[in-house]
Design a protein around this ligand. Structure first.
Ligand code: ADP
Length: 397
């Protein structure tokens, strides 16, 4: 059985076609600059040459059509007919308070995705267009929505309610939702599996550290807290997002610089984080590492502040759970950057967490990285959101 996984961003579409018999990736690819000049599809079939198509993609519907054509292409294709796709799994950013699990798409589900446009203005509209485009191109093929917020729906009220007038929750559903749910779910499950912890008596923390970054606290397999909020802006310092800050800063800078609230939010989402802190060096930690080594003090500060914030969240979640059995690092930075992992663990001596430097000397592979006498087990666990979405899809159909 082949499952097509689709992840529509505001101007992009990422996809993977996965053979669920052995969970192998038959092809993957990316449509970039949808709706903008210079649209491009890069299709990478397993074991074959890449196919690059540069032609206008005015909307996601055109992009979906090009992806399906590439999948059955005479040279670069991996299937003969789109009927060989048994189901499509869509990553949907925001399910609001309505969905705590993935669901087969019907008109009601589409209405909820639409009702959540306000909460995910860049992604939810693109997600819905992707679903409609696939329905049109593959009538009768089941479509499944996998929500990025779903895993965090088990958070208790005390963790998800903001301390603002209650009427805003009632009127506009303003609360913390959390994101990266597919990744936190996948990695926390894997962590329970490989650590030998009792799934019904376990307290774990997952650090998803990529360009977007978030931490979650998971008790007995259920999320009890996570660092992102109503939107992905809250929590950790990220590549370009500020994470937590005093909300009064918004008005202060807006007044001084003559910016609107939306322009300020653009600054906080796209020009802040380690990019902003470093004085514009980069949002990529590899560039920051290099700049810091060359003596750039702001790059050094950005890296230190990033690590410090992660360590503070781990401390907070340990307190929230009254202990922690294991911590997992995942995503681009968590999987690949041994120095960042080491620097974070250096704050955790009070927990009896001890890194084994030799074990930590790895990249992108699943591994135990704590010493044998560490009181907290530390792991690197590569995330695989596409595979998680494909598994959820198969489970539902
Ligand atoms: P996202 O999916 O949020 O865009 P990723 O999980 O792909 O992000 O992570 C991308 C980030 O991972 C890059 O910006 C980079 O900072 C970091 N990264 C990837 N590889 C390395 C590495 N070898 N060393 C340090 N940082 C790395």
């Amino acid at each position: 059985m082949n499952v097509l996984v689709i992840n529509c961003g505001s101007s992009s579409l990422k996809y993977q076609l996965i053979n669920m018999e052995d969970e192998s990736v038959l092809a993957k690819g990316l449509c970039e600059r949808i709706g903008i000049e210079g649209s491009k599809l890069t299709h990478s079939p397993a074991g074959k040459d890449k196919l690059v198509i540069e032609q206008p993609m005015p909307d996601h519907q055109v992009a979906v059509k090009l992806v399906l054509d590439a999948l059955v292409d005479e040279k670069a294709g991996v299937i003969k007919d789109i009927k060989e796709i048994s189901a499509v799994g869509h990553r949907v950013l925001h399910g609001g308070k309505y969905y705590s699990d993935s669901i087969v798409v019907n008109e009601d589900v589409k209405k909820v995705i639409k009702d959540c446009f306000d909460l995910g203005p860049l992604h939810n509209p693109a997600n819905l267009i992707g679903i409609n485009a696939c329905e049109a191109a593959m009538p009768g093929t089941p479509q499944v929505a996998v929500f990025d917020t779903a895993f965090h729906q088990t958070m208790p009220e005390k963790a998800y309610m903001y301390a603002i007038p209650h009427e805003y929750y009632e009127k506009y559903s303003i609360r913390r939702y959390g994101f990266h749910g597919t990744s936190h779910s996948f990695v926390s499950k894997k962590l329970l599996e490989i650590s030998g912890l009792d799934a019904n008596n376990s307290k774990v923390i997952v650090c998803h550290l990529g360009n977007g970054a978030s931490v979650s606290a998971v008790v007995n397999g259920k999320c009890v807290d996570t660092s992102m909020g109503l939107t992905p802006l809250e929590g950790l310092i990220m590549g370009t997002r500020s994470g937590d800050l005093d909300p009064a800063i918004v008005e202060f800078i807006a007044n001084k610089e003559g910016l609107t609230v939306s322009e300020m939010l653009n600054v906080l989402n796209k020009k802040s984080g380690v990019l902003g802190m470093s004085g514009g060096v980069s949002s990529d930690f590899r560039d920051l590492d290099k700049a810091a080594l060359e003596g750039n003090e702001l790059a050094k500060l950005a890296l230190e502040a990033f690590v410090y914030r992660v360590a503070k969240y781990i401390g907070a979640y340990t307190a929230a759970m009254n202990g922690v059995d294991a911590i997992a690092f995942t995503a681009g930075l968590g999987e690949n950057d041994k120095t960042t992992r080491k620097n974070i663990v250096s704050y955790l001596g009070y927990l009896g967490a001890k890194l084994d430097e030799e074990r930590n000397n790895i990249r992108g592979e699943e591994a135990l990285i704590s010493a044998d006498d560490s009181k907290v087990k530390l792991y690197v666990i590569p995330t695989n959101e596409e595979l998680a979405i494909a598994r959820e899809t198969v489970a539902l159909i």
